[in-house]
Design a protein around this ligand. Structure first.
Ligand code: 13P
Length: 242
């Protein structure tokens, strides 16, 4: 049995003191045995997060370049060298704040794949797109274009933009519908089933409403992943198969 995948995205919302407190509390408590846990710290804290017990590491983003004169960039090979097994690309904060296109995200995902890291490709519609009835077609375009060029199945994270950091998660029914739609859209592209995570205002209280569904292969968690005790509670609440 493969357990559900729970990914913590710390974004730029944590400082070094808080990372140290997280380490002390996480490593001081019992291990999570019912879920696979992944942590995506800011790149500069990757070596600190490497001491977290029972956790795989993930980059929050990656350069489209393999190496060279690209000031401020972090390559897939660098992430790999620091122990990452996964890399997030296409987060809505990069799509909107850095004008990242599906084509650019596909290039980044390919860089990760080439280095043997599994891309976690984020997709999601805005509130306006959902209200206008265009969410499904937008998501189909995002997943198809962002996965183009990959030869092995990535992980998709469905994060409706309006649910991120708002305290208002999507309804589990809407999430299941969209996850089925994403899996169907990518059905022919890859030999293996594409795991789909849900993200957007997930917390220890609502997490099992999502993971109770077989279409939800795991979660991508922002705010509720910053405190070790809260995140541990969330991870240990989640059971079942990916
Ligand atoms: P929140 O869990 O804080 O809503 O963030 C979700 C997210 O963007 C994870 O990548």
């Amino acid at each position: 049995m493969i357990p559900k995948l729970i990914v913590a995205n710390w974004k730029m919302a944590i400082d070094l003191d808080a990372v140290r407190v997280f380490e002390r509390e996480w490593n001081g408590g019992p291990a999570v045995t019912t879920a696979d846990v992944v942590v995506a710290p800011p790149a500069v804290f990757l070596h600190h997060a490497a001491v977290l017990g029972g956790v795989s590491l993930c980059g929050q983003d990656v350069s489209i370049h393999s190496m060279g004169a690209h000031t401020g960039e972090v390559s897939a090979a660098m992430l790999k060298a620091l122990g990452c097994r996964y890399g997030i690309v296409g987060h809505s904060e990069r799509r909107s704040g850095h004008s990242e296109t599906n084509a650019l995200i596909a290039e980044k995902a390919s860089r990760l794949e080439t280095e043997g890291l599994r891309p976690i490709i984020c997709v999601g519609e805005s509130l306006l797109e959902r209200q206008s009835g265009g969410a499904e077609s937008l998501i189909a375009t995002q997943v198809t274009e962002s996965c183009s060029g990959l030869s092995t199945a990535p992980i998709i994270a469905y994060e409706p933009v309006w649910a991120i950091g708002s305290g208002e998660s999507a309804s589990p029914d809407d999430v299941v519908v969209m996850h089925r739609h994403i899996k169907r859209t990518l059905d022919r592209a890859f030999a293996a089933d594409v795991p789909v995570l849900y993200g957007g205002s997930v917390n220890p209280e609502n997490c099992t409403q999502f993971t109770a569904h077989p279409e939800v292969n795991g979660l991508l968690v922002g705010g509720a992943s910053l405190n070790a005790r809260q995140f541990w509670k969330l991870c240990t609440s989640v059971g079942g198969e990916r």
